[in-house]
Design a protein around this ligand. Sequence first.
Ligand SMILES: Cc1cc2nc3c(=O)[nH]c(=O)nc-3n(C[C@H](O)[C@H](O)[C@H](O)COP(=O)(O)OP(=O)(O)OC[C@H]3O[C@@H](n4cnc5c(N)ncnc54)[C@H](O)[C@@H]3O)c2cc1C
Length: 428
Amino acid sequence: MSGTAAGGGTLIVGASQAGLQLAVSLRQLGDTAPITLVGEEPHPPYQRPPLSKEFLAGEADLASLDFRVPGFYEAAGIDLVRGERVTDVSLTADGRPGSGVAVTAGGRTLPFDRLALTVGSTPRRLTLPGSDLGGICVLRDRDDAAHLRSRLLAAGRVVVVGGGFIGLETAAVARALGKEVTVVEAAPRLLGRAVAPVVSDFYLRAHRRRGIRVLLSGSVTGFDGAAGQVTGVGLADGTRLPADLVLVGVGAVPRTELAERLGLECDQGIVVDAEARTSDPAVCAAGDCTVQPHPTTGVGRVRLESVQNAVAQATVAAATLLGLPAGPRAVPWFWSYQGDLKLQIAGLSTGYDEYVVRGDPDSERFSVLYYREGRLLAADSVNSPADYMAVRGALTRGATVEPGAAADTTTALKLLVTGPRTDAVLPT
Ligand SMILES: Cc1cc2nc3c(=O)[nH]c(=O)nc-3n(C[C@H](O)[C@H](O)[C@H](O)COP(=O)(O)OP(=O)(O)OC[C@H]3O[C@@H](n4cnc5c(N)ncnc54)[C@H](O)[C@@H]3O)c2cc1C
């Protein structure tokens, strides 16, 4: 059981996946001190992944995305402050590390004895001629999604700028709704930052088979409009793509402004250690706003934008704030459902030097297993949940699948798992 020296308790800035998990974990660890969870959005914390999938497709309503029933917060002793953006935060120099005061745009003053930043990220925006025309959308929050869905229903021609996860998920929904869809990706392949070329090629062919036009190495130079609304997208090669709706899905920028005000180290995210401590060890941060040591190899820093990471890191941050040891880190995992193409990723493939394709990509059921120096790092599984589970289980146990055996689809992957290897780097 843990309490606080005075008044404020824990202040968690950012009321979403990581912030809510942090608050819940504090309670689960026996913390009885006050918890204030402050968020800029007017809504209670909700799930973002369905915004580009079930909600956009009309299969889920917004209210169903809330993480908790309305009475939960009061019952758990979590003071949920909604619709308030924290504009300033400072630590007091009174000998109580981590204590201080935050101020909101609405003029509220929030004192705290412990501070956590779970402020996420904001969509990267294009600053090109016509970027502010109506019908040019981004997708990060619930209000973005409601706006995008209403525009999508009315649109005939949709252009998606960016062939990453959110862009392709949106393109798949738009196409399934019968829209004419073009994806413009600046890189020479789709999902280039996340998957091997063989998986990029698969998604290119699969989306084209479904009637989506995909332009690679395409450079958007501006937008055409009439009466304040977008009518087209201009490309560097002179192409003009007619459009009634444009989704810009070109990545997200971590929100480091409060961390910078506190003088915390930031490097394309708030820098934290494996225990979610910032450069001021009394202040923690978790989720999309952070960069952290690679969670499985410890080599280099990564910024992970996933539900699993937000939950795992927030759980660690709660223990750290209470001075308790953090439990073992789970193997990272991720999913992206692009229409009927269900991608599941176990582990992190960053730094792979070899990969093995298991199954035929043209069957739309296959996996790619990634290795570094012969050690299994990760797998991308498309419509192959059993492969995904086998690799996730293997990585959790420090086991492996020998590269020479991985392509054998006559044997279930879980039967090919061997180990644990004695030289395995177990998740910490
Ligand atoms: C459309 C979409 C689809 C996704 N699909 C998947 C998926 O399929 N699988 C997956 O694993 N992940 C997916 N993700 C990513 C996942 O949702 C994020 O990794 C997760 O939400 C990160 O949680 P977070 O709490 O760190 O940040 P966020 O969810 O970004 O929350 C941060 C919160 O902090 C608030 N905030 C920021 N600054 C302040 C301030 N100064 N004062 C008060 N409040 C502030 C913000 O308003 C926001 O509500 C998706 C994300 C999006 C947007």
